[in-house]
Design a protein. Structure first.
Length: 124
């Protein structure tokens, strides 16, 4: 069935399909000369599965690799126009102690000051 034409439910036109039925909005359009080429995974049919009290979706490894995600990665889940959208969370940079101390200035050093005397076993 690869490369066959089917009637599209969305626009009632014949749309190019692959192994999985693709609505017309996923049909590759001719791009103007000089337009950037973007890799599109295309529509994938996935199934919701029960996971505890929630539902889960298994994401294909090649799709995760394309966006730089793996097990333990964090994503934002939003609902936009009735669609669920997953977006990778930007990583916070990790600094070494030396990198943090580069910005330290001696003028920020202050005397230790305690208003009270020790009240327990602590040593100042």
């Amino acid at each position: 069935m690869a490369g066959s034409l089917r009637q599209c439910n969305a626009c009632a036109a014949s749309c190019h399909t692959s192994r999985v039925y693709l609505p017309c909005r996923y049909v590759p359009r001719r791009r103007p000369i000089g337009a950037p080429i973007a890799r599109r995974i295309g529509a994938m049919l996935v199934q919701l599965s029960k996971w505890g009290n929630s539902l889960a979706v298994r994401l294909p490894a090649h799709a995760l690799k394309d966006v730089g995600l793996g097990e333990g990665s964090q994503v934002d889940l939003t609902v936009e126009d009735g669609r669920l959208v997953l977006s990778p969370v930007a990583h916070r940079p990790r600094y070494t102690l030396d990198e943090l101390l580069e910005g330290f200035k001696e003028e920020h050093v202050h005397e230790e000051s305690f208003a009270d005397r020790p009240r327990g076993q602590e040593i100042f």
